[in-house]
Design a protein around this ligand. Structure first.
Ligand code: IDP
Ligand code: MG
Length: 149
């Protein structure tokens, strides 16, 4: 089953939106298999955002993501990478469709609340940055047959 990494960024934690944003993801019917609160170090941020090194927003992005604790989550489900990306909405909250997390809770690209892996390769790279295999829990969910045919 496909897995994806989500980070509820420092603005989400500071604004007390961890519960409501996590609920949006739970309500899609995807399954939570990993969860922790942590402070991202400069080293971890650099590994996570290596693809953006050299871009104009890179320094600000590293400052933002390391500025305060984050909640990291691993979600599992059919096509979960796409499901979560579409639930988050476009990178810039001003461009994101209403009903997406970024549009409904944000107004600025530099404070867009949530990170989600953007593809299978990215998820495979990002999940082990935050979770050991032992920290990811395989569990049976009683309602699965009412969510997945
Ligand atoms: P994504 O988070 O939707 O995948 P990316 O293009 O991978 O978007 O950018 C990573 C993160 O960098 C964004 O979520 C956002 O926090 C930040 N970012 C991207 N572009 C800008 C920008 O132009 N100004 C400020 N921050 C930006
Ligand atoms: Mg990205």
């Amino acid at each position: 089953m496909e897995r994806t990494l989500v980070i509820l960024k420092p603005d989400t934690v500071q604004r007390g939106l961890v519960g409501v944003i996590t609920s949006r993801l739970e309500q899609r019917g995807i399954k939570l298999v990993g969860l922790k609160l942590l402070q991202i170090s400069a080293e971890l941020a650099a590994r996570h955002y290596a693809v953006h090194k050299g871009k104009s927003f890179y320094e600000g992005l590293i400052h933002y993501i390391t500025s305060s604790p984050v909640v990291v989550q691993c979600w599992e489900g059919k096509r979960v990478i796409e499901v979560v990306r579409r639930t988050c909405g476009s990178t810039n909250p001003t461009d994101a469709d209403l009903g997406t997390i970024r549009a409904d809770f944000g107004v600025e690209i530099g404070r867009n609340l949530i990170h989600a892996s953007d593809g299978a390769d990215t998820a495979a790279y990002e999940i082990p940055l935050y979770f050991t295999e032992a920290e990811l829990v395989a569990w049976d969910r009683a309602v699965d047959c009412w969510i997945n045919e």
